[in-house]
Write a protein of this length. Structure first.
Length: 368
């Protein structure tokens, strides 16, 4: 099988199945009518990773069937962006004749953007040398001469060579407003660009009549923080992963947004700070006085594990809770707590991952 084909005629049927599953799973919470945000039926993934198979003088991408674990050849990948599909054959053809680029290459990762940039990471089972770097620079120039806006990274054990930067700049349009986001290799980014825009617009719509300040937990690279900033006097956002915090600071600056403050803390630590259980020097160093914030809205976008019980209890102290979830099961667990004090006033399904069982949800809760 040389192409990972998708049957786009089945897209609506798979979306309908997700809608039914979501409605059934949350029926006990008497949710409002589900707002549904579909994906493009192809070329929707901004990221893709492929293993590389060596067969004599030949070299090609492979993937593994999740059920049978059988490998199959991949020349095109319709799920991925057009840029990735255009680049895939040109990249592998350019690597094949160059020994230092092909030897012990075992994986290629692509990170693309709707703004036209692409970052390629090449992973090796050997240490990379000056010859590799010289040939990689030539490869980058050759592909950019073909019309790409491309940077390269070489990775081996305890080694990372960047040619010439390890991030892309994505431009998302939210209600006609362009926002620029730095997306760093190996850091979390929303994989489906078009659905990411719809998620941001939905969140902005949910909060457009808000007053006071916004508190945000798990802010990542500031994806939602920047889009929501217009609806609030100030935004105070927390994130634990250092690369994401650095990207968030970059994104605040590049978008000229002056009312967003990012702090590097876990949600659990921040809960302790809010409850006065612990004082954190990093809050003092950042000049953050928690008492000065007038937050009656909180935004959370937790990892797949959801929020721990302590964070749920802290979140309940806010009048309005905007919750984005990548795991309906843990969302449901959290709603068992949150629904005791809050009612669900809006409920959304975002089809971030077409043709898979994964569902992304959005919930707006307001105090009863």
């Amino acid at each position: 099988m040389s192409n990972t084909l998708i049957d786009t005629s089945k897209y609506q049927a798979q979306l309908d199945e997700k809608i039914a599953r979501m409605q059934s799973a949350f029926a006990e919470f008497s949710v409002p009518e589900l707002e549904v945000f579909p994906s493009p039926d192809k070329h929707y993934r901004m990221r893709a990773e492929f293993r590389v198979w060596h067969e004599g003088d030949d070299l090609y991408y492979i993937m593994f069937d999740q059920e049978t674990k059988q490998k199959y050849r991949v020349d095109q990948f319709p799920q991925a962006s057009r840029i990735i599909n255009d680049l895939m054959p040109l990249l592998v053809d350019a690597i094949k004749p160059i020994e230092s680029l092909r030897r012990k290459l075992f994986q290629v990762d692509f990170l693309s953007t709707m703004s036209g940039e692409v970052l390629v990471s090449m992973l090796y089972h050997r240490q990379l040398d000056d010859e590799w770097e010289a040939n990689a620079r030539t490869l980058k120039q050759r592909l950019n001469d073909e019309g790409f806006n491309l940077n390269l990274i070489g990775r081996a054990r305890k080694q990372k060579i960047i040619i010439d930067r390890d991030y892309v700049l994505e431009k998302l349009t939210v209600d006609g407003r362009p926002l620029t986001y730095q997306q760093i290799e190996n850091s979390f980014t929303q994989p489906n660009g078009k659905v990411a825009e719809k998620m941001l617009e939905w969140a902005v719509d949910c909060t457009h009549e808000s007053t006071g300040d916004l508190l945000e937990l798990y802010c990542g690279n500031g994806n939602f923080s920047l889009a929501l900033a217009n609806n609030f006097d100030r935004v105070l956002a927390t994130e634990l992963a250092k690369p994401s915090v650095e990207s968030a600071q970059f994104n605040i600056a590049v978008n000229n947004i002056e009312n967003v403050q990012i702090i590097r803390m876990s949600a659990e630590e921040f809960t302790e700070a809010m409850e006065g259980k612990r004082e954190f020097r990093r809050l003092q160093q950042a000049g953050v006085d928690l008492k000065s914030y007038n937050c009656n809205t909180i935004f959370v976008d937790p990892p797949r594990s959801g929020m721990d019980e302590g964070t749920c209890r802290m979140v309940q102290t806010y009048d309005r809770i905007l919750y984005i979830s990548c795991n309906p099961e843990t969302l449901k667990e959290n709603l068992n707590i949150l629904s005791k004090t809050h009612r669900i006033s809006r409920f959304a399904l975002f089809d971030q991952f077409p043709y898979t069982h994964h569902m992304e949800a959005g919930v707006l809760l307001e105090r009863k």
